[in-house]
Design a protein around this ligand. Structure first.
Ligand code: NAG
Ligand code: NAG
Ligand code: NAG
Ligand code: NAG
Ligand code: NAG
Ligand code: NAG
Ligand code: NAG
Ligand code: NAG
Ligand code: NAG
Ligand code: NAG
Length: 387
């Protein structure tokens, strides 16, 4: 059976009968479209107490709901290769928005504007703008592979679970002027990001494979989990002037243009491991008092030296199971075991002089096992971040 124009309320499926028409404006239950419709109009309904799911209908080009204000469950549009019109002029509140694989849709007609949703997932679409979606809080925001979505300005105040952005497009600019906290932020393939008002990241903050030239998070004071800044080939400056604590690992790796890691003046404790690798001339975290995990710092710059890290290790600030610092000329590596430290210190180039003696100032044996366990966890967390 083929429907050309469908009037609801009804649950519609190919082959089902078009019965159950009622005049009430609240529809209780799920509305699921499939089959081969060309247009679908949800008329008369103001509120759906359930899901609205439209999936895998190659023929559908228009979906409208003139009066619909509220969908308590999921609003799912998925695999709709011909869909060009989505008109929901009254819609303001949705449970979970999921728009996935919409190959020709460029505009959402959301005149009233969606201001409430628990999650927003937009993946693999040709949507050009998120105008009409303006959320203040959200649990999950995941926007990936939308090659025409390049400028995004969000009103969000907080993200209680995941904020994940990645794109195959270039020149994506993200702005979060009001965001104060988020549980977990992961950004990829972004060319600029602005997080001027973020004070807390409850779990992880990760910047991977972006074309950002500068990262600045001026008000951020605490990260509950790890911080990772990895493979950002254009990055020349990373600035976290207020950051004091990092609960997990701290990784700054393979940002080839980053000449110095000096943007963490107040960081005093790191709950996991530190892993810095690159071509930086300087990498100093001057306020650092304790690193619960191991430390690995490696630069191939001739100007880099390990002195500040060797000092930190001598002071016993590194509680993890290993310390390693490699400069182009001298490298130091120390395996810290419970009780005593076994130090190996070697000059990796014949011309190197003054290789550093690592002193046996590892933490006392009582804490040894615990410390190793926690640092291993931190390293595992870091590896996980990279996947
Ligand atoms: C989409 O529908 C077609 C039939 O119209 C079916 O063959 C295909 O498996 C469906 N794809 C998905 C991902 O559901
Ligand atoms: C949406 O519907 C739910 C359940 O009927 C109701 O609790 C909520 O207030 C409605 N929201 C709006 C914006 O109408
Ligand atoms: C930034 O956050 C503070 C609260 O931490 C708030 O008072 C202020 O209005 C926010 N600024 C902007 C531009 O949203
Ligand atoms: C943070 O979000 C990313 C991307 O969604 C996910 O891979 C990672 O596991 C999350 N991290 C934590 C600690 O929840
Ligand atoms: C994250 O931290 C903020 C600021 O401290 C706090 O208000 C919020 O409740 C925390 N959120 C979660 C999910 O722990
Ligand atoms: C990194 O981003 C480039 C585009 O900027 C992309 O071609 C490449 O596949 C990405 N690499 C990874 C590992 O994500
Ligand atoms: C790095 O960025 C911060 C914040 O934007 C700025 O204050 C600082 O001067 C920059 N540092 C360098 C070396 O450009
Ligand atoms: C950084 O690059 C080096 C050399 O290509 C590689 O061995 C290492 O695994 C990379 N580290 C990270 C964290 O990506
Ligand atoms: C090591 O580098 C720092 C700057 O990062 C410099 O102040 C110090 O003099 C250097 N030490 C040696 C032995 O070259
Ligand atoms: C960076 O390191 C080089 C070489 O040790 C040193 O000359 C320079 O002053 C350092 N820069 C800063 C900002 O510490």
């Amino acid at each position: 059976m083929q429907f050309k124009n469908v009037l609801l309320p009804l649950a519609v499926a190919a082959g089902s009968d078009l019965d159950g028409i009622s005049s009430c404006s609240i529809f209780k239950g799920d509305i699921v479209f499939d089959g081969s419709l060309a247009t679908a109009s949800i008329n008369g309904i103001e509120s759906i107490e359930g899901d609205l799911i439209v999936k895998n209908i190659t023929t559908l080009n228009s979906l409208t709901a003139p009066l619909l204000a509220n969908i308590t469950g999921a609003f799912t549009l998925e695999i709709l290769q011909s869909l060009t019109t989505v008109s929901f002029p009254k819609l303001t509140s949705v449970g979970d928005i999921s728009f996935i694989t919409l190959n020709v849709l460029d505009t959402l007609q959301l005149d009233a504007g969606i201001t409430q949703a628990k999650s927003l997932i937009i993946s693999d679409t040709t949507i050009k703008s998120l105008k009409g979606i303006s959320l203040l809080t959200v649990d999950t925001l995941n926007i990936n592979n939308n090659k025409f979505l390049t400028t995004l300005d969000f009103n969000l105040r907080s993200v209680s679970n995941i904020l994940e952005f990645s794109s195959t497009g270039s020149n994506v600019q993200l702005t979060f002027p009001y965001l104060q906290w988020a549980n977990n932020i992961t950004l990829r393939d972004v060319s600029s990001v602005s997080l001027p008002n973020v004070t807390t990241i409850n779990s992880t903050l990760s910047f991977t494979n972006n074309s950002i030239s500068s990262i600045s998070v001026p008000k951020l004071s605490a990260i509950g989990g790890s911080l990772a800044i990895v493979y950002n080939g254009q990055l020349t400056n990373a600035s976290f002037p207020k950051l004091q604590t990092i609960g997990g690992g701290f990784q700054v790796a393979n940002n080839t243009k980053l000449e110095s890691i000096l943007g963490f003046p107040l960081v005093k404790s790191v709950g996991g491991a530190i892993n810095f690798i690159g071509s930086f001339d300087n990498a100093t975290v001057p306020s650092l008092e304790v690193v619960q995990g191991g430390v690995s710092v490696e630069s191939d710059s001739e100007l880099f030296n390990c002195s500040s890290w060797n000092d930190l290790q001598k002071e016993g600030a590194i509680r993890g199971d290993s310390y390693q610092c490699k400069a182009a000329s001298v490298s130091t590596s120390v395996a810290i075991t419970s009780g005593a430290a076994t130090a190996t210190s070697k000059a990796s180039k014949a011309s190197a002089t003054g290789s550093v003696e690592a002193s046996a100032t590892a933490s006392s044996s009582g804490a040894g096992y615990m410390v190793e366990a926690s640092s291993f966890g931190a390293i595992a967390a870091l590896l996980f971040q990279l996947l």
